[in-house]
Design a protein around this ligand. Structure first.
Ligand code: ADE
Length: 261
């Protein structure tokens, strides 16, 4: 994936996702920093630090800062769930961010709405070549073949959860300190941010910290809901059966693609 050999920080949004990573990292040792547990070990022979993000932008920024400054991570992978906003972004699909924005950043009239004061931009972009490779690796990891026969995904029965074959989208993810659960709020986000694919609570903060430190990053989100009043499937069941399997499969696919590059 990332073509530089150094240590990789993997940030999981959900405890179930972190656990599925740790199950595949039997040598992982805990290290306490900033009230968090950082798991230092190996996945597919790569030097990995895995950690729970904690919810919200500040918490995610703190977690990322520790990974970069105290754990010497040279790349960051963020994996979690998100609400789908794009018309064709369904529950069970995956969104890979090629741009991230804080939808609750508004220092107007001092700065244009959404602009990050001091940075002069509202959107941050992970490296384009990296994003393209990640999309390819994730598409492969979630292909019908991989879902039916391979490792962590072999017993994922999407149909029993009312899901179809996942699609992998690439585009804008909006982050803010708000769990969006009303169709009217979704409409507002789509109106102000045409083309936005998903909403969550951490990605743009991780992006900003990585941007400041000049470290490459990728944000992957499995769609768990449509950010509206209708719950299509049972969230805990979705996380156990789908999201945490996808997280491990996607991270392993990225590491494998990296090795092949
Ligand atoms: N993460 C998962 N679903 C979300 C939603 N609807 N809003 C914000 N963050 C989310």
């Amino acid at each position: 994936m990332l073509s530089t050999p150094g240590r990789i920080g993997v940030i999981a949004a959900l405890p179930e996702e972190l656990q599925s990573l740790l199950d595949a990292m039997p040598d992982a040792e805990p290290l306490q920093r900033a009230g968090r547990t950082f798991w230092v070990g190996h996945l597919q022979g790569r030097d990995i630090v895995a950690v729970l993000s904690r919810i919200g932008k500040v918490a995610a920024a703190t977690t990322t800062t520790v990974l970069l400054t105290e754990m010497a991570c040279q790349q960051i992978i963020f994996t979690g769930v998100a609400g789908g906003l794009g018309a064709d972004v369904r529950v069970g699909d995956v969104v890979v961010a090629d741009a991230l924005l804080q939808h609750d950043m508004d220092a107007s009239p001092l700065f244009p709405r959404y602009e990050l004061p001091g940075l002069g931009v509202s959107r941050l972009h992970p490296p384009a070549d990296l994003t393209a490779r990640v999309v390819g690796a994730v598409r492969e990891a979630l292909s019908p073949h991989a879902l039916s026969v391979n490792g962590p995904l072999r017993d994922v029965h999407l149909a029993t959860l009312g899901l179809s074959q996942p699609r992998v989208h690439q585009g804008l993810i909006a982050s803010g300190d708000q769990f969006v659960s009303a169709a009217a709020d979704c409409d507002t986000l789509r109106h102000h941010l045409p083309g936005v694919l998903a909403v969550e609570m951490e990605g743009a903060a991780v992006a900003q910290v990585c941007h400041d430190f000049g470290v490459p990053y990728v944000v992957l989100r499995t769609i768990s809901d449509r950010a509206d009043e209708s719950a299509h499937i049972d969230f805990p069941r979705f996380v156990q059966a789908v999201a945490c399997r996808y997280a491990l499969a996607m991270v392993e696919a990225l590491l494998q693609a990296d090795r092949g590059s």
